[in-house]
Design a protein around this ligand. Structure first.
Ligand code: AGP
Length: 617
């Protein structure tokens, strides 16, 4: 996902920008660039590929060391391919900007700009913002006013940092969704970035901008104002007094929490590894041995354990719907001792975060030896599973330290979604593939907009956990995509909060477990706006009539769900294809179990009796 750094002050700006961008590399990117003042003119150097390419370009400008003001960016392509032309910073006349997030109404903006005689040169939504600022500055407005007014014309969650040759030595940033953090440089000046990492080298005192904040930095100081009203606002400084261990956790109280919040960047890195990002196709799997195996599969068996099994169950929904290929999802520990009726046209996929889970490994090793086509989907390069399977596909979530799987669940789902959509396109069954693909690319941005430690969503989850804490038991129910999520939610709650929870297909409850329902039982109903919502709603009424404490989780505008539920967690507002809703719901169910565990005081990162990698059967 895109990373932003901006600097004005006494230090060599290009050095600050490049060091900052290095610290943001973990977010994933496919092009990079910096812009810096040479006198009163702004020089831009950018390139597709890695930051090293930009450094080589910069080295040709020894005078860049003199610059004291600049902005830098790592881009992960959503609108337009990962080319140098689409890389940031973008220039419109004297205005130069970097942008992180999505401008949703970019098509209307572009149409109006072209109508007014402008010619954008990139395929990005970001560049358009520069035209808006440029027009306003040309009519005499200051950079700050022009940025604020331009922002009022765009919709979507994003942040920008802008400079202009008309106001050398000023950087203006706005946060309206995607995070932006600012700090005063103790040596004089201001540094801005997408997260606190690039700032920590210079100071521990940082300001996390709120949604709708505008920040103006010069070498003599910093000021904040409200984007809508223009009124000056004061923002308190957080002192990031992080020990080396906390620094490793980047200030989060637990690795699990950090890893929940890392899901957007884990998605970016996974998509970067999985897809041919230069292709204009949707869901273009990068050429690799697994692709041929997928293409020729007449049937698929997925084997996994625990959370990986839940992700695989989700994969079945997409694979069957789009690729029209029969899929069975098997618990590896059961499958290995069965005598399954499968033939060599069956592709066997082993899904495992660690790649060392004994049962999953045993199935893949044995079937590969018998000549079955096998694929490993794993987060661990060099793992035994990756070596044993005929082909390996890697989920690039980065290390997952918390024993409870979180970000690896998301990227396992994402990988299977890409397999399904890719095969669906090949087999002519996925009519919505282009739309789903563009939404998939935008998902990390959208998720990072609401996955914020201070977000109202997190507060709502925490408050709800407090109210439900002392109930006797918990059922998570859902249909369709929400069934595997219900299973995963219950597993998370059990493993880190040590409370009894079960996940059920909502329609199954009345076949037995409903006998347990009384006022001491919570039923957590996953009912987003999808094809199954009405049916799930009826199941909610059944348990409510029997006294259950009902927590509804659904669309923020679902008044009837809100009213019928005793407790209510609205999902973040976003227009999204229903097949992608699991990615929005997942952090919510993870955070719910996390908040329970915090209240219970359990050892969240190392829950009792559990191991991160289960290498025994
Ligand atoms: C999930 O939170 C658990 N830690 C566990 O269920 C885990 O998913 C399972 O043991 C499988 O592990 P793997 O993905 O490494 O194969």
């Amino acid at each position: 996902m895109c990373g932003i750094v901006g600097y004005v002050g006494q230090r060599p700006a290009v050095d600050v920008l490049l060091r900052g961008l290095r610290r943001l590399e973990y977010r994933g990117y496919d092009s990079a660039g910096v812009a810096f003042f040479r006198g009163s003119k702004i020089e831009i150097q950018k390139s597709e590929g890695k930051l090293e390419n930009v450094e080589k370009l910069i080295n040709q400008f020894p005078e860049s060391a003199e610059a004291r003001c600049g902005i830098g960016h790592t881009r992960w392509a959503t609108h337009g391919k990962p080319t140098t032309q689409n890389a940031h910073p973008h220039r419109t006349g004297h205005v130069v900007l970097v942008h992180n997030g999505i401008i949703e109404n970019y098509q209307e903006i572009k149409r109006d700009l072209v109508h007014r005689g402008h010619q954008p040169v990139s395929e990005t939504d970001s560049e358009l913002f520069g035209f808006l600022v440029f027009e306003k500055m040309e009519s005499g407005k200051s950079l700050k006013t022009a940025v604020a007014e331009s922002f009022r014309e765009v919709t979507g969650a994003c942040s920008v940092v802008v400079m202009s040759e008309k106001e050398p030595g000023t950087v203006v940033g706005v946060r309206n969704g995607s995070p932006l953090v600012a700090a005063v440089d103790p040596k004089g000046g201001v540094i801005l970035a997408s997260d606190a990492q690039p700032l920590l080298e210079y100071t521990r005192e940082v300001v996390f901008l709120e949604h709708g904040d505008l920040v103006l930095g010069t070498s003599s100081g910093i000021s904040f104002s409200d984007l809508k009203t223009g009124a000056t606002v004061s923002r308190s400084t957080s002192v990031l007094d992080w020990s080396p261990a906390a620094l490793d956790k980047q200030g989060y109280d637990h690795y699990m929490l950090k890893e929940i919040f890392e899901q957007p960047s884990a998605m970016v890195d996974t998509l970067n590894g999985l897809l041919d990002r230069a292709s204009a196709e949707s869901f273009p799997l990068a050429a690799q041995p697994a692709v041929e195996l997928l293409n020729t599969a007449e049937r698929i068996v997925i084997v996994a354990c625990g959370t990986a099994w839940h992700a695989s169950l989700m994969g079945k929904y997409w694979l069957e719907k789009w690729a029209r290929v029969p899929v069975s999802v098997e618990l590896a520990s059961e499958f290995r001792y069965r005598d399954p009726a499968i033939d060599k046209r069956t592709l066997v996929i082993g899904v495992s975060q660690s790649g060392e889970t004994a049962d999953t490994l045993a199935v893949i090793t044995e079937l590969r030896k018998k000549g079955f086509p096998t694929i490993a989907v794993t987060n661990t390069r060099g793992s035994t599973l990756a070596r044993e399977a005929q082909a390996a596909v890697f989920t690039n979530a980065g290390p997952e330290i918390g024993v409870a799987a979180t970000k690896t669940f998301t990227v396992q789902m994402l990988t299977l979604l890409c397999f399904a959509a890719f095969l669906g396109k090949r087999r002519g069954q996925s009519a919505d593939a282009d739309e789903i693909f563009s939404q998939t690319l935008r998902l990390p941005h959208l998720l990072s907009g609401y996955l914020d430690v201070r977000s109202p969503l997190r507060q709502a989850i925490r408050e709800t956990a407090k109210k439900l804490l002392n109930l006797r038991g918990f059922f998570f129910i859902g249909r369709g995509y929400c069934f595997p999520l219900a299973l995963e939610a219950a597993l998370k709650l059990k493993e880190i909060a040590y409370v009894h929870a079960e996940g059920y297909a909502a329609g199954e409850l009345k076949h037995g477990p409903i006998a347990m329902i009384d006022q001491d039982i919570a039923v957590i109903v996953l009912a987003p706006n999808d094809a199954w919502r009405e049916k799930t709603f009826s199941n909610l009424e059944e348990v409510k009539a029997r006294g259950a404490q009902v927590l509804g989780i659904g669309n923020p505008r679902d008044e009837s769900l809100r009213k019928v539920s005793h407790f209510w967690i609205p999902l973040p507002e976003m227009e999204i294809h229903e097949s992608l809703i699991p990615f929005v719901l997942t952090p919510v169910i993870q955070l719910l179990s996390y908040e329970f565990a915090v209240l219970k005081g359990t050892d969240i990162d190392k829950p009792r009796n559990l191991a991160k990698s289960v290498t025994v059967e």
